[in-house]
Design a protein around this ligand. Structure first.
Ligand SMILES: [Zn+2]
Length: 442
């Protein structure tokens, strides 16, 4: 018998709107990596980063104790000391003077540690290690000088906190003994404060080399718990992701929240449906602009008065809070790196493999089998809702029919599950955009 559509289906859906119990199980190896995240080490890393006086792009690259050059070398050496499994190097560029903030030719040096996986597809954990503190200047220049490379710029929270997170994530994952499917890239970018320069240089080269990057996690301003307005929140963090609602970046954001609920349920991942804070950007933006999925992690409440000033000192970072934010990063990127790749849900020409067959009112989902997948998780939701409402786990099939679920009213997706239960990102069946039709006028 055919279920009579709208009424009963609406009832069924409304019963299932709460999040389904997660079929995922906690992986004790990932839990061990989370336990290894050390607040003391994070705090010590930030102390050392601030001890270079400034990490401004235009500061000294030769001085062994002060400036961005010394900081880059120290980060490089810390990566090297963390584990022989990490392939550590500089990602170097020479750029001419440009824009308002790059006042002379300068070397831009990102610091990179690669943990090779079975597959070449990459997952990035990033932050920026450069710093900036504005100096007073004549009103004609806007009242502040952003180019004074030698001024003190401790950058403890912006973005010493994100840099420490990246270094700690590299250490615990490289030392975990886990063998990952994806290749993990831990990277500290330079020149963020001059316009995401290091990230743009890296992303444009990756695109030219056709490097596959499945996700970029960018942590920037991630360790302070007290906003400038006095609001204190040490129990949540924000994850910003660009739209539209089923973009690859949104799938990364949903994935992070799901892993957060599994591994650290007391720490709330708040998803913000926006590519970054209002009117602002970060290094993930350089990747988003080139079609890569990427999200920004930031603390719950910023203290704007302690950004880009000499007061951005280590006492403004809460190491226990930064450790929790680091664990969210580590849990999500480890689970994702252990999982198989996400299934393709389009034809080679990009059309979604979703139709109304066999009845004309059903949802038939098809996907391409993924190497290493032992099962798939199919998810769907009403189209005017932010997160998946219903899920169904299936075996090694590549097609599922949901009778009488209208594809017009719902969004569907599918994730691949590996032999030890790790899940890929969800590939969503996206309604293709339509180009405007030009009508000829006589
Ligand atoms: Zn920053």
């Amino acid at each position: 018998m055919r279920v009579h559509a709208c009424g009963l289906l609406t009832v069924l859906l409304s019963f299932q709107v709460t999040r389904p119990a997660s079929a995922q199980e906690v992986d004790p190896h990932i839990q061990a990596a989370l336990a290894a995240v050390s607040p003391e080490r994070l705090a010590a890393t930030i102390e050392t980063l601030t001890s270079f006086g400034t990490r401004h792009l235009m500061s000294s690259q030769e001085d062994g104790a002060r400036g961005i050059g010394a900081a880059a070398q120290w980060i490089h050496d810390e990566f090297t000391r963390a584990s022989p499994r990490l392939q550590v190097g500089f990602d170097d560029y020479q750029i001419p003077a440009q824009g308002e903030r790059v006042t002379r030719e300068v070397r831009v040096r990102n610091v990179m540690a690669v943990l090779p996986g079975r597959s070449a597809r990459r997952l990035y954990v990033s932050g920026h290690y450069d710093s900036l503190a504005r100096a007073p200047a004549p009103a004609a220049t806007g009242g502040f000088d952003w180019t004074a490379g030698d001024n003190p710029a401790p950058g403890a929270n912006d973005d010493g906190s994100g840099t420490a997170l990246v270094m700690e994530a590299a250490r615990v994952l490289a030392q975990s003994g886990l063998e990952f499917d994806a290749t993990l890239v831990f990277i500290a970018f330079a020149g963020e404060e001059q316009g995401l320069i290091g990230a743009h240089l890296h992303a444009q080269r990756a695109l030219a080399d056709k490097t596959r990057i499945d996700a970029v996690f960018n942590s920037d301003i991630i360790g302070n718990v007290e906003g400038g307005n006095g609001v204190v929140d040490a129990e949540s963090l924000r994850v910003f992701s660009e739209g539209p609602e089923d973009s690859p970046s949104r799938q990364v954001a949903r994935y992070i929240q799901r892993q957060g609920q599994l591994y650290l349920p007391s720490h709330r991942v708040r998803l913000i449906a926006r590519h970054d804070r209002f009117g602002r950007g970060g290094d993930h933006t350089a990747f988003n602009q080139r079609g890569y999925a990427g999200v920004r992690f930031s603390e719950a409440n910023e203290h704007y008065g302690r950004q880009h000033v000499v007061q951005d000192t280590p006492d403004g970072v809460d190491a226990a809070y930064l450790a929790r934010n680091t664990r969210i990063n580590v849990a999500a990127v480890a689970a994702l790196a252990l999982a198989p790749a996400a299934p393709a849900v389009t034809t080679p020409r990009g059309a979604p493999t979703l139709d109304r067959q066999p009845s004309g009112y059903d949802a038939r989902l098809r996907w391409v089998a993924v190497d290493g997948a032992v099962a798939y998780r199919v998810v769907w939701r009403e189209a005017w809702t932010p997160d998946w409402q219903v899920e169904r786990r299936v075996g090694t099939v590549t097609e599922l029919v949901l009778p009488d679920v209208l594809i017009d009213d719902h969004v569907f997706g599918v994730a691949a599950i590996g032999p030890r239960g790790h899940e890929s990102l969800v590939s969503a069946y996206v309604n293709p955009p339509r180009a405007p039709v030009e009508i000829t006028v006589k």
